[in-house]
Every structure is written in C-alpha cells, then in structure tokens.
Design a protein around this ligand. Sequence first.
Ligand SMILES: Cc1cc2nc3c(=O)[nH]c(=O)nc-3n(C[C@H](O)[C@H](O)[C@H](O)COP(=O)(O)OP(=O)(O)OC[C@H]3O[C@@H](n4cnc5c(N)ncnc54)[C@H](O)[C@@H]3O)c2cc1C
Length: 435
Amino acid sequence: MTAALHKIVIVGGGAGGLELAATLGRKFGPTHVILVDRAAYHIWKPSLHEVAAGMLDIHREGLSYFMLAKDCGFTFALGEVAGVDCAAKKISLDCVLNPEHEEIFAAREIVYDTLVLAVGSKSNFFNTPGAGEFALTIDSTEQAERFRQRLLHAVARANRDKNGSAGPALQIAIVGAGATGVELAAELTQAFSEMAFYGLDNFDPSADVQISLLEGAARILSALPEKISSAAHQLLLDRGIAVKTSVRIASVDAHALYDIQGERFPADLCVWAAGIEAPAFLAQLGLATNRNHQLIVDAGLRTSDPDVYALGDCAQAAWGPDGKFIPARAQAAHQQASFLYGALADRIQGRQGATRMFRYKDYGSLISIGHNRAVGRLMGVLAGRGLFVEGLFARLMYMSLHLMHHLAFLGLVRTTSLAVGRLLLKRGAPRVKLH
Ligand SMILES: Cc1cc2nc3c(=O)[nH]c(=O)nc-3n(C[C@H](O)[C@H](O)[C@H](O)COP(=O)(O)OP(=O)(O)OC[C@H]3O[C@@H](n4cnc5c(N)ncnc54)[C@H](O)[C@@H]3O)c2cc1C
C-alpha cells in the first residue's frame, strides 16, 4: 500500500477518536483521514453531568466537527454508522434527517483501508424491568439536555405546587455511584442552589429536594481506592445527598424504584448510571466481542480483523497479566489515541510490519464534587506512590484534564482563547442554564 492511497476511517469523534483524527489529519491531510460521527458537534463526554445539571451550556461548549476538520486537516462525514462490511472494507451510514424529517444527507458508504472504531459506550440496564422505559441516562448530549429540561420543569412544578406538606416535593434517584453518578449528584446540589437564587421564591433546595444515590456495591466509587471513596461519601453527605450502598435495584416504574428485597425508593426523576455496554451493532460485525458488545482487541489495539482497530469504551483490552481490563475512562481513550497515531502513521507510510504494543499507564483518578471541590489520587507523584488530593487543588487538576483534551486538537493558542472567552461569557449569564 502506498502513502498516496491509504485511507483511514475513524468512526466516533469522542474523547479518543477526535484526538486521533486531529493528530493524523495534521500530519497526512484530509484524503487520508476521515472522521465519521452521528453528531455535528463535539462535547467532551466527562462534562455531560454538568450539561445535565444546567451548569454547562451545550450551545457554548459544543465544537463543530466541520470546523475542527478544516482546522486539523481531516475530512468529516456526518452520519450514524449502521454497519461495517469487513470483507468489502466499507462502512454504511444511515441518511441524516432534520427535525422535520427531511433528508439532509443521503445514506452513504465509505470505503477504508484501515478502520478505527471509537464509538464509545452507553448505559447498561442489565435487563432491569422498567429501566429502559422510565430511567433517564446521560450518555449523549441529547440525553443530558433531555434530563436538564425534565429537571427544570420538575423544579418549576415543585415551586408552584408547594403546599406546606411535609417531605421533599422533588425526589431524584441516581442508580450507580461510580464517577458518573457521584459527579451528577454533587453537580445537582450546586445547580439547585443556583436555581433558587434566580427567583423560585417558594423553592428551598435543602427542604424541597431529596437526591438519593443508590449503589449495588458495599461502597461508592468501588473501582477506586477506599480513601477516595470515603472522602467522596462524606462530601456527598455534607451536601445532603442520601447515599445508600448494597442496594440492588430490581425494577423501575414511573414513580419509584424497587430493590431485590422489595424496598421502594420513590423517585420523580430516575437516572441510570450503573454500568456500561458498547453499542449493540458491534456484536453483529463478525468481529470478536464480549458480552457487553465490546470489541476484543490485542496489545496493538487490533480487533480480530487486522485492518480494524478499536479504542476507548467500545474496546476490551487486557491490562497486565492478571486478567484485568483497561478501564473505560477518558484517560485510557486519550492514551490509546496517542498510541494509534504512531501505529497508523506506520500503516499510511507502508510500514505495516512494525509491531507496537500499547501499555496503559494509570495517572490516577479525580472525582468532581461540585464546582469548587474534587477528590482523587494522582499516581507517580511520590516515588511511584499515589498522592491523595482534595479540595480546590484537586478541582483545578480535574479542570485541567478537559483543557488537555482541547489542547490535543485545538492547540495552545485556541485552547487558551476559548477558556478565557468562556470565563468572560460566564460573567454575563446566569450560573445555571434556565431556559
Ligand atoms: C457523566 C460522565 C462523566 C464522566 N467522567 C469521567 C471522568 O471524570 N474521568 C474519566 O476518565 N472518564 C469519565 N467518564 C467516561 C468517559 O467519558 C469515557 O470513558 C470516554 O468518553 C470514552 O471515550 P471514547 O472515545 O471511547 O467514546 P466517547 O467519548 O463516548 O465518544 C464516542 C463518539 O462516538 C460517536 N458515535 C457513537 N455511535 C456512533 C455511530 N454508530 N456512528 C457514528 N458515531 C457514533 C458519538 O457521537 C461520540 O462522539 C465519564 C462519562 C460520563 C457519561
């Protein structure tokens, strides 16, 4: 394969896919590098709990893929990938419709020499009855926006209907106390105090809202060290959140959740954040997948087809010799994108024989607990040992992860201008999005 012909198609412009498209695009240009995404603009997925709580405005935060393609030198194709024909080396995209159901882009096929699947993950309901119908998720910008709208309406109703009756007027249950559930719960308490500030005269968040965080394991953030888990637990309690561990939800209906013992947890709004699975179409491609539809990849991030690679949440990659897998985190997607840049540059330049092995390095974990606090652990700080961090410093480190993601495809000058611009814009708008 000559450099002039090799076409790399990356499906999914998220935490990993966009960084890969931008770095390859800058080096090889738009005839070699094509990014496909079903959305027209990019938002860093770890910010979605802030979108859901109304603390981040998608209309300011979203970055157009068409703009990024022009800036970074890749081609962008808008559309949802419905299938992959590995034998013919082509992907098929559904047609794109506008809200009036008129066709904007026809269904298309795109051929590739090398395909990278970076389509992320979605919530896993584990076949829990009623969860798919009654629980909300925040896996995509649309879902986070939908939750935000429901929340605003529920708060307005609680404000209108307050009649002096005992007990909270609005009950929110979050299933799953991993990073997503914990960060959402904390962000919501912040959002409620901002909402009360903006003229909801009858609404007292401390008395009128009850947020319950329901976790199946014996402690929250069970994948992280115990010290982070107990610090986060205490911070959530300080914010008035009811944290219930060892609760296994068996069913959900329009007004409540029920655990396996039949205990009822009333909920006006229920958010499901209890685990992930990859999109189901991946299991139909004839490639090796696990029971969560994740593509099984080797140490070079190759699937069972040597011309198809996978990264991020949609891939299952071994981590070390003792049967562990690389966690589904933005940090992993970022490192895999950097690794694949080298491996795919080799392919474009016809050096297919080179064998590179991806090694995941855990730099620690940071969990945001509202706008001015975070807790976590930074790895490799003290002679290879983890350093526990919390408070404003941890929060600043947490924010720097988002900036580093932008840095990977916008560069230093634009990342800085964007950050300063957003800071200034925030001063002229309500702290929580109210419309
Ligand atoms: C609320 C929340 C908070 C989080 N907080 C953290 C955190 O603090 N730290 C951390 O490390 N991780 C966090 N995560 C996890 C992190 O967001 C993911 O691990 C990371 O985004 C995975 O990157 P990815 O590139 O694999 O997929 P994603 O970033 O999810 O990107 C997938 C992309 O694929 C596109 N796509 C999907 N299907 C198709 C299709 N069929 N056709 C075309 N395009 C498609 C999507 O539109 C999307 O752009 C959080 C997740 C959530 C939901």
